[in-house]
Structure formats: structure tokens, C-alpha cells
Design a protein around this ligand. Structure first.
Ligand SMILES: Nc1nc2c(ncn2[C@H]2C[C@H](O)[C@@H](COP(=O)(O)OP(=O)(O)OP(=O)(O)O)O2)c(=O)[nH]1
Ligand SMILES: [Mg+2]
Length: 490
């Protein structure tokens, strides 16, 4: 039965700068193949290699980095799309999803691979550290740089609020659109818009319409124009998500919940024999561990027992076998649940208004994911070794900002001279500027060139602050660590 839902409206080959109806509008698979090449070859993906997933500055390559995590999310995302099509069968045509499986698979895979590119070194702690530093220093710096009594005060307040709210998802959008300038199709970029509010807008109260979709900043003032353009091209109402973002989010949830725990066992923070009963007792607080899980022949207790049996039978790779068993038996029901939720809520997913994650209901699959997250929260993230590394990460980011923040204390003219590499009277700052990547300076220059002339001073300073945030957040854990030691002469 045909419905009002037509996914073909949300998927097109158009890129920024293309003529509507031009060549870009034709071959979807060809366009998304080109997106794949642009993404996989981008430095932003390579920089995921030495970034924290959970454990900062990790040297053991068996423990996940953001890159290996993202590859797992990519695989889970693809599995969700395939399961979605298997569940839909002939009904795919009712929703305009017929003929789009290859395209959707590619879109979802690449969105998953990119979903963490904006996360700074040291994960959430890096995010806090950048936000805190700007929260402390920004008003004073802004007043000196832009402090004339005339001017658009509302805009200035927005700029300051925007810069105080550094956020990984918003940074990912910025990387693709303004820094790496990948010129991806609008559709491929759309999946990255996980949250919908600009960073300068406050978080809505609990229970407000769209509270979940606006839980965190989704993009910055600097990309606001692009986001509006994207929504217009894809026929998305403002404040709505692209359907691909829901699948990416589910794939992320499914992948990291088990992986974080596996990594903690690899690191010796938890043992399997301690973990197994802990999983069951944590699950029990949410659901009965003896109820059969849809899509599986077992209850949660059954899944854990079965994995534990494998652990005891195995002689050499005991923990490895435990997790393989657990993953194999968990992934199917979780993926099937995500696909079913997509279909059960297809109108809201298509419209981009579903105000929760796909796997976030009172179901057994949700209880599984939540159990792993709760165990990680209770036993891993607060582990002394993890906290020590987080404290170090915090200090490193703040220390780097203390050094590079000096570039926010000079006037615009001096900064321009510094970026041109010939400012002798500021020899120290000149050395710092030489360490900034050329690509970031180029993006800064271009943004300043294109800004509103009437508010030039404010925009110049805004983009200079962004440049510093881009630089620090673009580092790997290791590079941030080395740079901090170098500048501190340690
Ligand atoms: N070390 C540490 N890791 C954490 C903490 N909280 C969450 N994580 C880990 C769990 C996951 O592997 C990963 C989640 O990564 P993200 O920073 O992308 O957060 P998430 O995807 O939940 O939220 P998002 O909506 O993307 O901002 O971070 C924490 O307090 N400490
Ligand atoms: Mg994330």
C-alpha cells in the first residue's frame, strides 16, 4: 500500500555548487562511490588512529582506538541496512526505498566511519577541557578584540556562546564542510547532523519538544548557512534529522557498548568471571534476565551463561572466546530490533522528528545495551587508571590552549602578519603560528574574506578562535601529548 513516506526525497546526488537538475543529480551510486573515496582518503579519518575511545594514550593496539571503533560501527550500520531490507521485503516500495539498498548501505557505512571525526583528543574530557578554557577566557579576550560599544550585540553574544560550546558532533560537520572541504553530497553530510541545534542556542529543558534531538549542539554558527542549504536541498524541515543519522546512532550504540567492556577486560580492569554475574545483576534492574529475547533462542542470562561456558572450555584465549560468543549472540537481536524500530516508526524517522534513539525504548534489546553502558559507567570510566589518564588529558589540552591562546591576544592586523609568516616583532607568536596546519589557516582566511563587512572585527575574532579550536581538537592524543611536553620543555 503506497504511503506518504518517500525516502527518495531524502536521497540525492547533489553536491554544494552543483546545478539542480545537472549531471550531479543523475547517478546515485556513482556519486556515493565518489563520497567514499573522498572520505576514506581524508586526513580526518587517518587522525582517528591515535585518538581515545575510552582509554587515552593507549599503546596496546588490541584496545580500540576511535578508528577501529568506527570500522566496527561501519559494519554494524551496514548490517542494519541489510536487515532493514530483509524485514521490509516487498514493502520497501511502499516507502520509496526500492532500488536504494546499495545507496543506503554506502551512505550509512560512510556516516558511521566518519561519525567521530570531530572528537578531540582524550574524548569527552578533551571536549570539556576546550569548553572550560573558552568559558574562562573568552569574555575578556572578546572585549579586547571586539569591544566597541556599537555593533550587533546579539550577534556577538551568539558568537561567544557558540565558542564556549565545543562539541565533537558539531566539529565533525565543520571538518567535512569548512576545513577538509570534502564537498560530499548533501545526503552524505546530512547523516552527520546527529543533533539539531546550533551551539549558541541553550539546551532545551527536559520534556520540551525535541529535547532529545537537541540534547547537544549539532553545528556551529560558522556552518549554519550550510545546514540551512542542506535542509532545503533535501526537503528536510528545520530541526529535523536525516534518517541515516538514526541508523548511525543505533550502530554506534550497539558497537561500543560491548566493545568498551571487552577493552576493559583486555586491560585487566575487569575479569570475565567477575563480569558475567555483574552483567546479569545489572540487567535484572531493568528487565527479567530469564525472558527470552526476540530474535534469539535465549534469555539474557542464557546468553551470558553460554559465553561463560565457552570461557571455561577454552584453554588459551579464554576472554577472547567469551566475547566472540557474546557478540555473535547479541548482535543479531540488537540489529533486528534497530531495523524493526526504524520500520515501526517509519513516518517519524522519514520526517526526522523521532525524538529518541532507535534502540531506546522499554524493550529487552534496549536493556541489553543499557546494561553494558551501566557496567562501563560503574566500573570502567571511574577506574583510577582511566581517571588518571583523563586528568592528564585535561591538563594537556588546557596547557596547549594556554600556549596557543596567546594568539587570541593580538590585534587582527598583527595576526594577519603572523599568518603571512613575517612578523618579526612577535617572534614567539610567529613560531607558534608556523606550527598551525596550512589548511586551517587557509580556511580561516577564506572565512574572514567572505564575512559580513559591517561586523568584520567580530567575525575575524570568531574565526580566529575557531582556528585555535580546530587546531587543538584535530590533534591525536599522542600529538597533543608530545606538543604539550615540547612547549613545556619537559
Ligand atoms: N573514558 C571515558 N569514556 C567514556 C565516558 N563516557 C563515555 N565514554 C565512552 C563510551 C563510548 O565508547 C564513547 C562514546 O563516545 P562519544 O563521545 O561519541 O559519545 P556518544 O556517542 O555517547 O555521544 P554523542 O551523542 O556522539 O556525543 O565514549 C567517560 O566518562 N570516560
Ligand atoms: Mg559519538
Amino acid at each position: 500500500m503506497p504511503t506518504a513516506v518517500n525516502f527518495k526525497e531524502r536521497i540525492c546526488a547533489l553536491r554544494p555548487g552543483d546545478q539542480v537538475g545537472g549531471a550531479g543529480d543523475v547517478d546515485l551510486l556513482y556519486a556515493f562511490e565518489s563520497d567514499r573515496g573522498r572520505i576514506i582518503n581524508s586526513a580526518a579519518i587517518r587522525r582517528l588512529q591515535q585518538r581515545t575511545q575510552v582509554f587515552p594514550l593507549e599503546r596496546n593496539a588490541a584496545v580500540r582506538s576511535r578508528l577501529t571503533h568506527s570500522m566496527e560501527v561501519q559494519q554494524t550500520g551496514r548490517f542494519i541496512v541489510r536487515t532493514l531490507y530483509a524485514q521490509l521485503g516487498e514493502r520497501a516500495a511502499d516507502y520509496g526505498l526500492d532500488g536504494l539498498q546499495g545507496a543506503l548501505e554506502s551512505l550509512v557505512e560512510m556516516t558511521c566511519l566518519m561519525h567521530d571525526i570531530g572528537n578531540p583528543p582524550f574524548g569527552h574530557f578533551g571536549e570539556f577541557a576546550i569548553g572550560e578554557w573558552f568559558d574562562r577566557a573568552l569574555d575578556g579576550l572578546f572585549a579586547v578584540a571586539v569591544g566597541h560599544p556599537q555593533g550587533n550585540h546579539e550577534l556577538h553574544a551568539r558568537m561567544r556562546a557558540d565558542l564556549r560550546n565545543f562539541e565533537g558532533n558539531a566539529q565533525a560537520v565543520r571538518l567535512v564542510v569548512s576545513l577538509q572541504r570534502l564537498r560530499l553530497t548533501y545526503t552524505q553530510t546530512a547523516g552527520l547532523l546527529k543533533y539539531l541545534r546550533p551551539a549558541y542556542e541553550p539546551k532545551p529543558g527536559k520534556g520540551a519538544v525535541g529535547a532529545y534531538l537537541n540534547k547537544k549542539p549539532g553545528f556551529y554558527l560558522s556552518e549554519e548557512g550550510f545546514v540551512a542549504e542542506l535542509q532545503q536541498v533535501l526537503g528536510q524541515a528545520p530541526d529535523t534529522r536525516h534518517p541515516v543519522a538514526y541508523i548511525m546512532e543505533a550502530a554506534d550504540d550497539i558497537s561500543y557498548c560491548l566493545a568498551d567492556i571487552e577493552d576493559s577486560v583486555e586491560k585487566g580492569i575487569l575479569s570475565v568471571t567477575e563480569l558475567a554475574p555483574l552483567l546479569v545483576s545489572t540487567f535484572e534492574k531493568l528487565q527479567s534476565p530469564d525472558t527470552p529475547i526476540p530474535g534469539s533462542q535465549h534469555s539474557f542470562r542464557g546468553l551470558v551463561d553460554q559465553a561463560l561456558q565457552r570461557y571455561h572450555q577454552e584453554e588459551i584465549n579464554k576472554a577472547g572466546e567469551f566475547f566472540v560468543r557474546l557478540r555473535v549472540s547479541m548482535i543479531h537481536p540488537l540489529v533486528q530490533h534497530a531495523a524493526r524500530q526504524f520500520i515501526d516508526n517509519i513516518e517519524a524517522v522519514h520526517a526526522g522528528t523521532l525524538d529518541r534513539a532507535l534502540i531506546e525504548d522499554d524493550s529487552l534489546p534496549h536493556a541489553i545495551v543499557q546494561t553494558f553502558k551501566d557496567v562501563a559507567m560503574a566500573r570502567v570510566f571511574c577506574h583510577r587508571e582511566v581517571e588518571t589518564l583523563q586528568l592528564q588529558g585535561h591538563r594537556i589540552i588546557q596547557g596547549l590552549l594556554d600556549s596557543y591562546g596567546a594568539l587570541l591576544r593580538v590585534d587582527a592586523q598583527t595576526f594577519v602578519e603572523l599568518t603571512e609568516g613575517n612578523c618579526r616583532r612577535e617572534a614567539y607568536l610567529q613560531m607558534l603560528v608556523r606550527r598551525l596546519p596550512g589548511q586551517l589557516i587557509k580556511a580561516y582566511r577564506q572565512a574572514v574574506r567572505e564575512c559580513d563587512e559591517a561586523e568584520r572585527a567580530a567575525w575575524e575574532f570568531y574565526h580566529r578562535c575557531r582556528l585555535i579550536q580546530d587546531f587543538i581538537s584535530g590533534m591525536t592524543d599522542q600529538h597533543a601529548h608530545d606538543e604539550y611536553r615540547t612547549l613545556s620543555a619537559l
